[in-house]
Design a protein around this ligand. Structure first.
Ligand code: 3PG
Length: 306
């Protein structure tokens, strides 16, 4: 029987794993599970005889692909696929897909969890601030950004967005104010929420220059990727501007420095938490399983990214 492997250093909820099992076993595959692995060697051994691989933020590089001679498809159960070496997958004749939108609401809800926690001074007892009436800037208007906009309206926020790849008319159509550049977004908004992928263009693109445009009391929320932040520049700015706050579900490389220099206005979850809900796990996991089966049995390449 051909094997489908779930390899997740940060496991799916058990209900999601059972859903994936149902889909793959009904289609005639054996499901193999590698969870909470601590060593790359475990992943290299696990991929040796599988035809399909379902991962989350797990790194799938050339070494992993070399170790998987039977592998035909990798599905990243989630949105960002910067953890997968696409060029190497293509060379190996392996299809790579993501599952766009499936965990977007989960990430968007956490943006507001972080925000309420942050603007209320981390619940330390002092008087905080409210979100109502504040200007929220959304950088990149994809699936997560659109969910953030929807929820922000419930908080009675003024919502703005900039997306280099999304026409202003689409942003307007969602009842959001389009702005012409990321510079304008940062200069306009009290709070900016990042939803850009990590690419050659975006890596280290959010730092001193952009964030320094924010008005007094500005809050930066990052549930996107660690790599998009210029940590050195942001730290320097936050030392100069004690009014700024940084909230994230991605622990920065310089976490200790942020904690030391920006106490009371910096918070990051120890693990990436945005998509870590049972609902998102089920949605993304089952979508991944269905995409694996549709590809292996019908050659369907919807959501292929390489
Ligand atoms: C994504 O790109 O889908 C999110 O960052 C979630 O990542 P995770 O599956 O590792 O939680």
């Amino acid at each position: 029987m051909e094997k489908v492997l779930i390899a997740t250093e940060k496991p799916f909820s058990s209900v999601a794993v059972e859903g994936i099992r149902r889909v793959t076993e009904a289609a005639g595959y054996e499901l193999v599970l590698l969870e909470k692995y601590t060593d790359k060697a475990q992943l290299l051994a696990a991929v040796a005889d599988v035809v399909a691989l379902i991962v989350r933020s797990d790194k799938v590089d050339a070494e992993v692909l070399d170790a998987a001679p039977a592998l035909k498809i990798v599905v990243r159960a989630g949105a960002g696929y910067d953890n997968i070496d696409l060029a190497s997958a293509t060379t190996h004749d392996i299809v790579v897909m993501n599952t766009p939108g499936q965990n977007a609401n989960s990430v968007a809800e956490l943006v507001f969890g972080l925000l309420v926690y942050g603007v209320r001074g981390f619940f330390a007892g002092g008087a905080g601030r409210e979100l109502k009436g504040k200007k929220l800037g959304i950088l990149a208007f994809g699936n997560v950004g659109r969910n953030v906009a929807r929820i922000a309206k419930g908080f009675d926020m003024e919502v703005y967005a900039y997306d280099a790849f999304c026409p202003p008319s689409v942003i307007e159509g969602a009842g959001v104010n389009p702005v012409g550049s990321s510079e304008e977004l940062f200069a306009t908004c009290d709070i900016v929420s990042l939803h850009i992928p990590a690419t050659d263009e975006t890596r280290r693109s959010i730092g001193y220059g952009l964030v320094s445009r924010m008005p007094e009391g500005g809050v930066l929320v990052n549930t996107a990727r660690k790599e998009v932040i210029d940590e050195e520049g942001l730290l320097r700015l936050m030392e100069e501007r004690p009014d700024l706050t940084y909230l994230s579900d991605i622990r920065p490389d310089a976490a200790d420095m942020f904690a030391e220099k920006c106490a009371g206005r910096y918070f990051a979850t120890p693990k990436k938490m945005g998509a870590q809900t049972a609902e998102a796990n089920v949605n993304a996991g089952i979508a991944a399983a269905e995409q694996v089966v549709a590809f292996l049995q019908e050659g369907c390449t919807r959501y292929r990214v390489n």
